[in-house]
Design a protein around this ligand. Structure first.
Ligand code: APR
Length: 243
């Protein structure tokens, strides 16, 4: 069934597109909780929290290298391209993502807030954040700017379980959500906080609420309209451009 088009979407001054792993699913990047989901195969306690990194940094970096390699073998889809086209037509399209894969940016989308960090950045406790855009394997696992005999492990710049979300990034996203006249949740189960609170926040401020997700989930009740289609199909249908 085709999506009920929001043909007047340009009339909304500020639109927030709040995205999750489902947006990348059709590219071949596994989601977290769906069929074949990452957390069904891996226990985050061993691969995606500070305790695991302190215990075994090699294992944690190996895991994230696998994810980088997978993402690099994938390409953005028509849905990503459509978001870029929407941004070209409307200055009020604000993208807030939970995704760390960088596929939106690879499609030329301007991302206002990367809530959970990125697979393509690392942190040194001395020198701070550094990009690592190497294909798959990290260029460095220890900080190359620190004296080699005491160079610390580089930690992926990712908001892992038990981590706090970067406050400045969160506040910026919250400000955009507060101004949203249309809030579109795309490919997220709404299971992880505080990000999951944005849908309720937008709804309470009277935003029009639209969900793009083939499946119903715990956050679905917050949305007034449900587009039960994959993102690559739903986005062009729901937000028509040209013609
Ligand atoms: N198009 C749209 N939605 C899809 C598609 C698709 N092609 N395929 C799957 N989905 C939906 C699923 O139905 C599910 O509701 O995407 C959602 C993915 O949910 P999760 O795997 O829970 O991913 P997400 O909501 O992004 O997880 C939030 O949890 O593990 C942490 O930090 C991680 O950012 C992540 C956060």
């Amino acid at each position: 069934m085709p999506a009920a088009a929001l043909s007047h979407w340009r009339d909304f001054r500020n639109i927030v597109l709040f995205t999750g792993a489902g947006l990348s699913a059709e590219c071949g990047v596994p989601t977290y909780r769906g069929v074949g989901g990452i957390w069904r195969e891996y226990n985050y306690q061993d691969y995606a929290c500070q305790r695991a990194f302190d215990r075994d940094p090699m294992q944690v970096l190996d895991f994230h290298e696998l994810r980088r390699t997978k993402v690099r073998s994938c390409a953005p889809h028509a849905g990503h391209a459509h978001i870029r086209a929407m941004q070209a037509e409307h200055p009020g399209i604000h993208v807030i993502t939970q995704n760390i894969d960088g596929l939106l940016q690879r499609a030329g989308v301007v991302v206002a807030a990367e809530l959970h960090g990125s697979l393509w950045r690392l942190r040194c406790p001395v020198h701070g954040i550094r990009d690592d855009l190497a294909v798959g394997a990290y260029a460095h696992r220890h900080c190359p700017d620190c004296p080699p005999d005491r160079a610390p492990w580089l930690r992926p710049d990712i908001t892992w379980f038990e981590d706090a979300v970067n406050e400045a990034v969160f506040e910026h996203a919250a400000m955009l959500v507060d101004d949203a006249e249309l809030f579109v949740g795309i490919g997220t189960s709404g299971a992880v906080w505080p990000a999951a609170g944005f849908a309720e926040r937008a709804r309470q401020r009277g935003a029009r609420m639209v969900e793009i997700n083939p499946e119903n989930n715990e956050a679905s009740a917050l949305y007034g309209q449900h587009i039960r289609l994959p993102a690559s199909t739903a986005l062009p249908e729901a937000f028509p451009i040209g013609g």
